[in-house]
Design a binder for this molecule. Structure first.
Ligand SMILES: [Zn+2]
Length: 99
């Protein structure tokens, strides 16, 4: 992976406020948190880096996929039951109105 061209990072979770991505630059699963604008659908979006200065000079792409959990996470980055069903419902609603 080049650190000059923007890499693509797959999101761990997305919810109504945040997209949370594991950073391969940081060993040991450090996550960077970006805004989701309430959008839970799969997407690929370019963002400025939230990593250490110089790690991603051109930012990175964040990819939200079918593997991305629609969920909130706790302090240990675990998927929470709280709000989980509500997010599945919201996701289904966005999918149904996407076309
Ligand atoms: Zn990082």
């Amino acid at each position: 992976m080049s650190i000059i061209e923007p890499p693509t990072l797959e999101a761990y979770v997305v919810n109504d406020t945040h997209i949370i991505v594991p950073c391969p630059f940081h060993r040991g699963k450090k996550y960077h948190i970006h805004g989701s604008s309430g959008r839970l659908l799969n997407c690929k979006t370019h963002r400025s880096s939230h990593c250490v200065p110089g790690a991603y000079p051109k930012g990175y792409y964040i990819k939200v996929t079918d593997r991305t959990e629609r969920a909130y996470i706790g302090k240990s980055n675990q998927i929470l039951k709280r709000g989980y069903q509500e997010l599945q419902d919201l996701y289904a609603e966005q999918l149904s109105t996407n076309n």
